[in-house]
Design a protein around this ligand. Structure first.
Ligand SMILES: Cc1cc2nc3c(=O)[nH]c(=O)nc-3n(C[C@H](O)[C@H](O)[C@H](O)COP(=O)(O)O)c2cc1C
Length: 196
């Protein structure tokens, strides 16, 4: 109830929508959500592999944050399908797009401008995000199937990464996730001030 006895409604500032295969993108999504809430923002969260948000769900938030990891050279297709299906509504929003991949653990491939997956993805989706971010993902051989282990091991060997099958390394630059939350919060604040 509000002060006049009416129903209490809270305006949703943003919708955070993610896809994850092994859990690291989900972990980043939850961490980012927590940081955004620390900035006083109200948000919804949706896992595309559970129940995707409806178009109705996306009407209110002015900003939409999309997060997906790379597997076998491409971002998870569930995210691409989501973007294609909801293109019209997404075009009316301020978009934040976040990619997780192991290539981003390397200096020189760790920014939206220099990460080859991010550049290709944005072009392929044909979207115009206001903010883009790239974070390194997690390497955890024990989780992978036999052939995945071999494949990732070869890639790691070529790119100077860990090849020990016991390796379980979180490469995500968590301080950059903090910085992204601050950047999103600032953008949101400026928009609100402009609209006032
Ligand atoms: C089978 C497999 C394939 C992958 N392919 C790539 C790739 O092509 N390029 C890359 O940079 N990272 C690749 N990665 C690394 C993932 O992007 C990274 O592990 C990320 O943290 C996965 O996110 P998730 O845990 O949310 O699924 C791959 C990982 C796995 C397990």
């Amino acid at each position: 109830m509000d002060a006049r006895g009416g129903p209490l409604t809270v305006k949703t500032d943003m919708a955070l929508i993610y896809a994850s295969h092994d859990g690291q993108t989900r972990k980043v999504a939850f961490y980012l959500a927590e940081k955004l809430m620390d900035h006083g923002l109200v948000l919804t969260m949706d896992d595309l592999n559970a129940i995707p948000p409806s178009q109705q769900d996306m009407l209110e938030p002015e900003q939409i944050i999309l997060l997906a990891p790379v597997r076998h050279g491409h971002h998870l297709s569930v995210m691409d399908r989501f973007v294609h299906k909801n293109r019209i509504i997404l075009e009316t929003k301020s978009l934040v797009v976040v990619s997780l991949n192991l290539t981003a653990r390397k200096k020189g491939k760790d920014t939206p401008e220099t990460n080859p997956y991010m550049r290709k993805w944005i072009k392929k989706l044909g979207i115009h995000p206001e903010i883009q971010a790239v974070f390194a993902g997690k390497l955890e051989y024990a989780r992978y199937r036999w052939w995945e282990k071999q494949m990732i091991r070869v890639i790691m060997k070529i790119t100077g990464g860990p090849t020990n099958l016991g390796a379980n390394i979180d490469f995500t630059q968590w301080d950059r996730v903090d910085a992204l939350a601050a950047q999103i919060a600032l953008t949101h604040k400026k928009k609100k001030e402009q609209a006032a």
